[in-house]
Design a protein around this ligand. Structure first.
Ligand code: HAS
Ligand code: HEM
Ligand code: CU
Length: 563
């Protein structure tokens, strides 16, 4: 049962939702198919660090470590997340408001992203574009890569139009009322992404697309990097915020409780919209040409972006405790063990949250200017982001799919037991993997290095000091192969082989202990467009001092193909 919203539910003609469910399923299938390829490659990279070089045997498919790494990063970080998010952030608000979304707009997003993804696959698998997920110039791939990336990015911005249209129609029918929570969170996420995507869109359309076609001869790498990180930092919140939608709006109910505060959820999303944008330069703390004073200011601002996540930790911690106590949990730990751990969707999301505590702590280390000197460009960094995007977000999407596939298709989950096994294996595998990556990073083991290509004695000579943590990396990777296999048996098994459900599965919209009614905070936060405008100004204030000197001293680099 969803929360009842205004009079819309009674007066609106009943919507069948069949077309919407079909398109939502396509978004899920598109996204998770990308993850399937990406996650199959990941363990090869983990084994590389443990000195197992599988690549000579993979020549017919992958020509080099870097071709695989590009496919892994691009499919997981862009294609998987964009598809799932562009589905969820339209479907869920539409269901919350009980209004039909504008289907041509939503299909446009799907179409653009599909064409983009196919072009990217072509460019990566023909070994013309091993430019890694950051596609830093002057590494030069094929036009298919950059145009594919352009279409994928534009496609991911389109859902904003669908959500704003839904919100406007609902507001017209419900004058003076606050936007319901899921729609609010979706709108805030997509408005943030509208500003965020401008950087990469500019880099692609102005710099890289024409350059890849040969229309321009040279490229300025540092301008490219800066525009990339304009997007590349807030993109991590474009990954995270849909997971937060699930944590705030569904998990409390799935766990048997209620969300303790709706206004805190709104505050989190508004703060993420504002703070995500101006801090991308913390990825360039070791880059030349940016004044130390700017880097120090950005380091300070970076700590502010942790704030909404700390609010989230306490709000959701309390909501889970409430659920656990309602289920009979007693004492300091009893509420936690009383959570419905047998429900794979709940287990996935709670384990995702626990992992995220460590991911967040590592992020704060990265953001601290001086400490970043030690960890930058080491395996510490992939260690950090495999427990943020690679687990907190990915495992939340996996958990969400466990109720959503039955909801969309009318079929029961293929096997709850195997679903639980996949989640626990992912949690254990990623914990071991990420511990190894962080630890090896502290010994200075570089990321993005085909270390297993060295003869064993040389590998031991250079990396022997980090041999144990690097073994952990490989072991974690192998466990993750098991997790991936188990998950996809459940995912595709449910889609195509699950038993027909007797009773329909509803979207688990949560109830609140403290709702938004009468909250002054919620009232102020309702002004999403002015908040977006303010964020744009703050972003310009952060980026103009970085970019102007680069435009005044341009460099002209020819393209490189080093693979
Ligand atoms: Fe990061 C690099 C700083 C969060 C992803 N990050 C990366 C890269 C990626 C990434 C992909 O400042 C590398 C890109 C590349 O290829 O080079 N990151 C941060 C900070 C945060 C942060 C300050 N990162 C994320 C998230 C990501 C992500 C989220 C993906 C989804 N990161 C950096 C910096 C770099 C960086 C530098 C550049 C480093 C370099 O040198 O290259 C913060 O937002 C983190 C805040 C999070 C928290 C945790 C809150 C905990 C919660 C769970 C609560 C649990 C409960 C369970 C309720 C403070 C919400 C209760 C149960 C109980 C038993 C208690
Ligand atoms: C990079 C392993 C899943 C996103 C890497 C690296 C390893 C790895 C070892 C570092 C390679 C290097 O720096 O040389 C794995 C394993 C996975 C997995 C074992 C388990 C199935 C994921 C997931 C995501 C992800 C689920 C995101 C949704 C990335 C990205 C990179 C990366 C963005 C950076 C690529 C680059 O440097 O260009 N992965 N990964 N991975 N991984 Fe994963
Ligand atoms: Cu960042």
């Amino acid at each position: 049962m969803s929360v009842v919203i205004g009079a819309e539910r009674d007066s609106a003609p009943a919507i069948a939702w069949a077309a919407q469910k079909r398109l939502m399923s396509l978004f899920l299938i598109g996204g998770f198919s990308a993850l399937m390829i990406g996650a199959a490659i990941g363990p090869l990279q983990a084994l590389n660090y443990a000195d197992v070089n599988a690549y000579p045997f993979l020549r017919p498919v992958l020509q080099s470590y870097y071709e695989g790494l590009t496919i892994h990063g691009v499919l997981n970080a862009y294609v998987f997340t964009f598809f799932v998010t562009s589905g969820l952030l339209v479907y869920l608000p539409a269901r919350e408001l009980e209004l039909e979304p504008n289907m041509p707009i939503w299909w446009t997003s799907f179409g653009l992203m599909t064409i983009g993804a196919v072009m990217l696959l072509y460019a990566m698998f023909d070994n013309s574009s091993s430019v890694l997920w950051t596609f830093y110039p002057p590494l030069k791939g094929s036009p298919y890569f950059y145009f594919g990336m352009t279409l994928l990015t534009l496609g991911s911005m389109v859902p904003l139009a669908a959500v704003m249209d839904l919100r406007t129609r609902w507001k017209r029918a419900n004058p003076g009322k606050l936007t319901p929570l899921v729609t609010y969170m979706s709108a805030a996420t997509l408005l943030m992404w509208l500003l965020a995507a401008l950087g990469a869109a500019a880099e692609l359309i102005v710099q890289l697309d024409p350059w890849s076609l040969g229309l321009t001869k040279h490229v300025d790498p540092i301008i490219g990097r800066t525009l990339f990180w304009w997007t590349g930092h807030p993109i991590v919140y474009f990954w995270l915020m849909p997971a937060y939608v699930s944590w705030y709006a569904f998990l409390p109910r799935e766990a048997g409780g209620k969300l303790v505060s709706d206004p805190m959820a709104r505050l989190t999303f508004a703060l993420l919209l504002i703070f995500s944008m101006p801090v991308g330069t913390h990825h360039q703390l070791q880059d030349p040409g940016i004044a130390p004073v700017i880097k120090a200011i950005i380091a300070g601002l970076t700590l502010s972006v942790a704030l909404p996540s700390l609010i989230t930790a306490f709000t959701l911690g309390l909501s889970l405790e409430y659920a656990g106590r309602r289920r009979g949990g007693r004492g300091w730990i009893g509420w936690f063990t009383a959570l419905p751990w047998k429900n794979p969707s709940v287990a996935a999301q709670v384990l995702a949250m626990i992992t995220f505590i460590f991911g967040g702590a590592g992020g704060i280390v990265n953001g601290s200017f001086q400490l970043d000197n030690i960890v930058h460009n080491t395996t510490w960094i992939p260690g950090h982001f495999h427990i943020t995007v690679g687990t907190a977000v990915t495992m939340t999407f996996m958990g969400l799919s466990f109720w959503m596939i039955p909801h969309l298709t009318g079929r029961a989950l293929f096997s709850r037991k195997l679903a639980l096994i996949s989640i626990w294996l992912w949690f254990i595998g990623m914990s071991v993997f990420s511990l190894g990556m962080h630890w090896a990073g502290l010994f200075g083991v570089p990321r993005r290095a085909w270390v297993s290509e060295l003869p064993h004695s040389e590998y031991m000579h250079v990396y022997g000091v980090a041999h144990f943590p690097l073994i952990l990396v490989g072991v974690g990777g192998v466990i993750l192969w098991g997790a991936t296999a188990a998950f996809y048996v459940v995912f595709f098994g449910s889609l195509f082989g699950g038993k027909r459900n007797e009773t329909p599965v509803h979207i688990p919209f949560t109830e609140f202990l403290a709702g938004p009614e009468g909250s002054r905070l919620a009232g102020i936060l309702e002004y999403l467009w002015p908040i977006t405008g303010l964020t744009f100004l703050v972003t310009l204030a952060a980026y103009l001092p970085v970019l102007i000197p680069f435009f005044q001293h341009q460099t002209f680099a020819p393209g490189w193909m080093v693979w």
